[in-house]
Design a protein around this ligand. Structure first.
Ligand code: BGC
Length: 379
């Protein structure tokens, strides 16, 4: 009897965390200690692999993607995201490398918004504004690992975080669950679900900095980008939306037919100057989830292609303008200006202060949902 329980226990543990003793081929989720926080809490790294030889490493501090190994057109597998070698890097990080950001991804004007007549004041961590959930947002939280499993079609990890009522100034106890899955088609999908016990706002996003060359010493300026969008939400000083929409037609913001990122990045154009390059929200033409390809990036030297699918109404394209050669990343590489780009699927920035933007409000009893997929291929 006790032997049976022991065997059942081993099988269960193996299916949850892909035990060392399992058949090599099926051993798709490996877990190892990544580091310890100042309070002694242990942070773990989970390696998800697929049958195509791709792999992603995720830590439960910030639910952060710390490396993403993808093949180029010759089958050479290289890391296509920026990050740090150690936990200390992530603890001190101000660039949000690879993490889940929130509660509100992007900016909230002066950190203020109203819900049912009551004004809330959020942490001001970006000059006079609130950015990416504040100083202790989702990216600085220790997430609970609910499960890490592998199947015939890849592997996945489920993490959750309970953000307490009042955290960084936001109302309501919010529970966010994030499922990262790497499947055998080289798709990294991110599924979010969130609930609250008081009316609140929720708009999380994923903040990987991609460099498809596989070498972060290169800039991302030769990557070609297509965004299926005809409008941006233009910004004023401080990268806060004006509340208007403006057409991308005949402007340096037009990526609808695909263009080299570097082509117009230094153009003498007001929005580019205000963003110090590209750092804007594109209003997505389609956002029906897996049916809607909203962006394609092609890197000609490696042949790597990244396609983004989402059900979110907007996408922030950030061209790494604030990388300035002061951050030392993985393998001692110093990340220079524009050596990574982010494609952050989300609601429009500052939507709580613009009634003409889609609402980010979440009620008790409702479930926030988001699906965003980063699909890798070669050309
Ligand atoms: C924002 C940038 C910001 C960066 C932080 C991006 O999502 O749009 O303005 O500097 O995150 O690393």
């Amino acid at each position: 009897m006790s032997k049976k329980i022991l065997i059942a226990g081993i099988i269960l543990t193996c299916s949850l965390f892909s035990c060392q003793s399992q058949d090599e081929e099926k051993q798709m989720v490996e877990k190892k200690l990544f580091g310890k926080l100042a309070g002694g809490e242990e942070v773990y790294e989970y390696k998800l692999k697929n049958s195509a030889g791709a792999e992603v490493k995720i830590i439960n501090y910030g639910a952060t993607v710390v490396s993403l190994m993808m093949p180029d057109r010759n089958g050479k597998i290289e890391d296509v995201v920026l990050g740090y070698d150690s936990l200390e890097g992530y603890v001190n990080d101000k660039s949000y490398f690879g993490s889940i950001v929130g509660r509100y991804g992007n900016r909230i004007d002066k950190g203020k918004f109203k819900l049912d007549g009551k004004e809330y004041h959020l942490t001001l961590n970006d000059g006079e504004n609130h950015l990416h959930g504040g100083t202790l947002g989702f990216n600085k939280a220790l997430w609970n690992v609910d499960s890490a499993t592998s199947s015939d079609n890849g592997s996945s990890i489920t993490m959750s975080y309970l953000s307490k009522d009042g955290e960084e100034g936001y109302p309501g106890n919010v529970k966010l669950t994030v499922v990262y899955e790497l499947n055998n088609d080289n798709e990294l999908s991110i599924n979010y679900t969130g609930t609250t016990d008081k009316p609140t706002i929720l708009n999380p996003t994923h903040h990987s900095y991609f460099n498809l060359t596989g070498d972060p010493n290169n800039t991302i300026l030769d990557h070609e980008l297509m965004i299926d969008s005809d409008n941006i939400t233009p910004v004023k000083k401080g990268l806060i939306p004006t509340g208007k929409f403006s057409t991308v037609e005949n402007t340096p913001m037009d990526f609808s037919r695909g263009v080299r990122i570097g082509e117009f990045i230094n153009a003498d154009y007001a929005q580019i100057k205000l963003g110090f390059g590209y750092d804007h929200n594109w209003v997505l033409n389609k956002h029906q989830g897996l049916q809607s390809k909203v962006a394609t990036v092609y890197e000609p030297k490696s042949g790597r292609v990244l396609e983004v699918f989402t059900d979110q109404p907007g996408m922030q394209f950030y061209s790494g303008n604030f990388l300035d050669g002061t951050v030392k990343g993985k393998n001692g590489v110093v990340y220079k200006h524009r050596t990574g780009f982010c494609l952050e699927a989300q609601n429009y920035p500052d939507s709580p202060n613009h009634s003409n933007f889609p609402s980010a409000r979440l009620e008790p009893g409702q479930t926030y949902r988001q699906t965003t997929v980063y699909r890798f291929a070669v050309k």
